[in-house]
Design a protein around this ligand. Structure first.
Ligand code: URA
Length: 434
């Protein structure tokens, strides 16, 4: 078999056999197939697409390219949750302790932010001392003892995806449905959970800008999960504006803590309850979605979810006191408003642009090696549909550099459109695919 023939077959619109896909994944993981041939194949896939069979074969090959975690030593049904990525998406920070407080063992693998999207691990590192460098033994012990452990993608877990994702990121081949579906699902399958709840984002801050594409991605991932014998559910949710109000690592941690204190933004709470209820149903902790939501609301009201967050942070080396005293989280030196230039209704906020504002402030990475400033970001004051008077703050900038604050403010103003009439209301949860 030759890589050249595989590239040409796909370039010409052919369907690759499972053997050809295995040959590519195996050779690329071992470093026998060079980046330039893998890039050419990714671009051919981008234009010619993959069939369902090819996508499944690619997923299984990448999942099996390294260790497959065996979580059988963890009691109960392990449920993993994964988001396709967005702006202000701090869901795991609130949802993992909520689900754990309801008795669901959360054994989760998370990622770092890249481009305009944030990552759970960066956010968690806002807790001084927090680490995801756990041994397999510690990971399992923590889940059994406190109900949550979160680790990063190690070099041994789906290494083919790790290499390919980095390559796709610099060759403009990320936003292809089969490549995203196989990338996410290969990691989820290798990470060993019994059930998977997917949060598929759609809108200007998501990889899938159009709802029909997000739906196709969700259906593809659910199909892959089921074929691999894992119970898989996907929720399609809005990412046409940032989730909640806070965008930026420590700022999002603070908003997640406020949510666990019962003071969360409406869209964020709705998402946590929708995803959380699916986790509880999948894990056998509730019979109906309503019963599940009631249980989730209860663990917020009685403080047990907040306590679970503190326990989890402590168990991974972080300062759990910061859960009760958010002044211990990193804070930016400059906090300044972005005043509205005119009065009117917020019509649209170009969501990925808000992610880029956070990036400009130093809150995200442009390359995998960049250091990030955990304290900076934006806190929106007005969201789509809200009325604002000229001069009132649209958002507050949290920065450590005046020039960067000015640049981010200018960019934010361009991303935010204000009109005389209110916009048409659209549903936040678009669909649930089972
Ligand atoms: N998240 C992933 O893990 N992979 C992708 O391809 C896109 C988002």
């Amino acid at each position: 078999m030759r890589m050249y023939d595989i590239i040409m077959k796909k370039r010409n619109g052919g369907e690759l056999s499972t053997e050809e896909i295995n040959f590519f994944v195996d050779g690329y993981t071992k470093g026998v197939i060079p980046d330039y041939q893998a890039s050419a194949l990714m671009m051919a896939v981008y234009f010619q697409k993959m069939t369902e069979r090819e996508t499944l074969a690619l997923t299984m090959a990448m999942a099996g390219s390294g260790d497959m975690l065996d979580l059988s030593e963890i009691q109960g049904t392990k449920v993993d949750k994964h988001s396709t990525g967005g702006v202000g998406d701090k869901t795991s920070l609130a949802l993992a302790p909520m689900a754990a407080a309801c008795g669901i063992p959360v054994a989760k693998m998370s990622g770092r932010g890249l481009g305009h999207t944030g990552g759970t691990i960066d956010k968690l590192e806002s807790f001084p001392g927090f680490t995801t460098a756990l041994t397999r033994g510690q990971f399992i012990e923590n889940v059994n003892r406190i109900g949550i452990a979160i680790m990063g993608q190690t070099a041994d877990l789906a290494p083919a995806d790790k290499k390919l994702y980095a390559l796709r990121d610099v060759t403009a081949t990320v936003d292809n449905m089969s490549l995203i579906a196989s990338s996410i699902m290969s990691k989820k399958l290798a990470a060993g959970a019994d059930a998977i709840v997917l949060d598929v984002k759609t809108g200007s801050g998501a990889f899938m800008k159009e709802e029909r594409d997000a739906k196709a991605l969700a259906q593809e991932m659910v199909r892959i999960g089921k074929n691999a014998g894992r119970r898989t559910i996907a929720v399609i949710s809005d990412m046409d504006q940032p989730l909640g109000y806070a965008v930026g690592n420590a700022l999002e941690v603070k908003e997640a803590i406020e949510t666990l204190q019962g003071r969360g933004p409406a869209d964020f709470v709705e998402l946590c309850l929708t995803l959380g209820s699916r986790m509880l149903l999948a894990g056998g902790k509730a019979e109906t979605a309503q019963e599940a939501e009631e249980k989730l609301c209860k663990v917020i009201a009685d403080g047990s979810a907040l306590k679970k967050l503190a326990e989890f942070v402590e168990a991974q080396g972080g300062n759990g006191d910061a859960v009760y005293n958010t002044g211990l989280l990193p804070e930016a030196k400059i906090v300044c408003p972005i005043p509205a230039p005119v009065s009117g209704y917020i019509n649209h906020i170009i969501c990925d642009e808000v992610g880029i504002c956070s990036l400009i402030l130093g809150g995200g990475r442009e390359t995998k090696e960049n250091m990030i400033d955990l304290s900076v970001g934006l806190v929106l004051r007005k969201k789509v549909g809200d009325y604002v008077k000229a001069g009132e703050p649209l958002a507050m900038i949290h920065a450590n550099d005046e020039n960067k604050a000015e640049e981010a403010a200018k960019r934010y103003l361009k991303a935010c459109s204000i009109l005389d009439t209110p916009p048409v209301h659209t549903a936040f949860i678009k669909e649930i695919i089972t």
